[in-house]
Design a protein around this ligand. Sequence first.
Ligand code: GDP
Ligand code: IMO
Ligand code: MG
Length: 433
Amino acid sequence: MSALVIVGAQWGDEGKGKVVDLFAAHADVVARFQGGNNAGHTLVVGDARERTVVHLIPAGVLHRQTTCVIGNGVVIDPSVLCGEIDDLRARGYLTDPAQLLIDERAHLILPVHKKLDVAREERLGDKKIGTTGRGIGPCYEDKMARRGLRVVDLFDAEYFRERAARLLEGRNVELAQVYGWPAIDLDDLCREFATYAERLRPHVTDTALYVHEQLAAGKRVLFEGAHGTMLDIDHGTYPYVTSSNIVTGAVGTGAGIPPRTVNRVIGISKAYTTRVGGGPFPTELHDEVGAKLREVGDEFGSTTGRPRRCGWFDAVVVRQAARLSGMSGLAITKLDVLSCLPKLKIAVAYEVDGQRLETVPAGARKFASARPVYEEMDGWAEDLGQARRFEDLPSAARKYISRIEELTATPVTLISVGAEREETILLRDPFLL
Ligand code: GDP
Ligand code: IMO
Ligand code: MG
């Protein structure tokens, strides 16, 4: 039995897609267990550097022998999912419908959720969260309020209509009376979702049972986390977070497996830090160094195209993420980008109200006032794109990685030196760590 979890260790966009695609070559199943199409996972494959961005479909999809699972903890926008299936099929992937399984208990993102997400953000003005506008928050709210609609409901038109009517009753009042937006029409909604029922039917099943059976049969299952630990609804920089749990613990509920099944956890972190959207970010660089990281690292969102905020590596954040998720190893991505800087800094602690702090404080205002305590390190100028073994790296880069290991108390098991699959230094087999 082998269950490997991939978790983002920062604020998302750490390169999880690349690592999942790489490991999927050795996995029988790749399963998403939380979040929705607020995620954007980029895969770059082959000499032609063919680029694929997946938002809902697991990043193992380019491997035909790998079954992709969208677990019950994911919130699904069926219009986006159908579009993604069509795009992949048009490019010769996902030709066998059995390669994609969708859980019948997963909740559906409805048009009203997307509209509410955007309307609320507009109203918040400069206090906004900076959401992706995909309806994620309102959908999870309805799930918890026990008025949500689930994939299984698509196949019972009468029940779907009855539940949708009840949901829209309250949500339309908010949309129209609080925000002045046009209400959603029940007939239009039912008509549109009936088409998704037909499209998605071949993929829908009890995926918790499927994953259980696969694990029991000794298959290798990779759980693909979305976003990053600092965006976790409980453990992140609340309220500047997403609406799902991101830490390893979420695999239990979001994929329907007992937590003790998980035996390996790899955290993904950039060699520096980025964040999209609002919220505190102590090591953010507002100067030309930050601009350089954005330019060289091509730091623009895979989902919304927004410029990512850039800053130094924050060891406090990654150490906390490693603790929360029980990371057995770290994958450090985008090390190649740092070749553009002669000197590097790592935040090893914070100073808050004159006191040294070794953990991320809970309060948003306190975290916003945290001043990083930096350690400076030498950079390197060599192009790292061709490095395939640790020894191929310049000594300054090796020291930088070793310092990250010490500060996060976690071994680095993979180093990524380019977006493409091959541009990787694999230090240990992820399933055998
Ligand atoms: P994810 O959300 O964690 O899957 O990350 P994204 O795909 O949103 O963003 C990561 C970006 O960095 C993508 O454009 C990747 O192609 C790219 N990338 C991943 N690893 C590396 C790397 O080691 N070096 C460089 N230069 N780019 C990388
Ligand atoms: P991947 O999986 C980066 C951020 C949004 C916003 C906050 C809440 O690609 O790493 P939401 O739409 O979820 O309600 O927005 O969370 N966010 C991400 N940032 N990468 C992601 O996913 C993200 N998913 C959500 O920018 O600040
Ligand atoms: Mg992303």
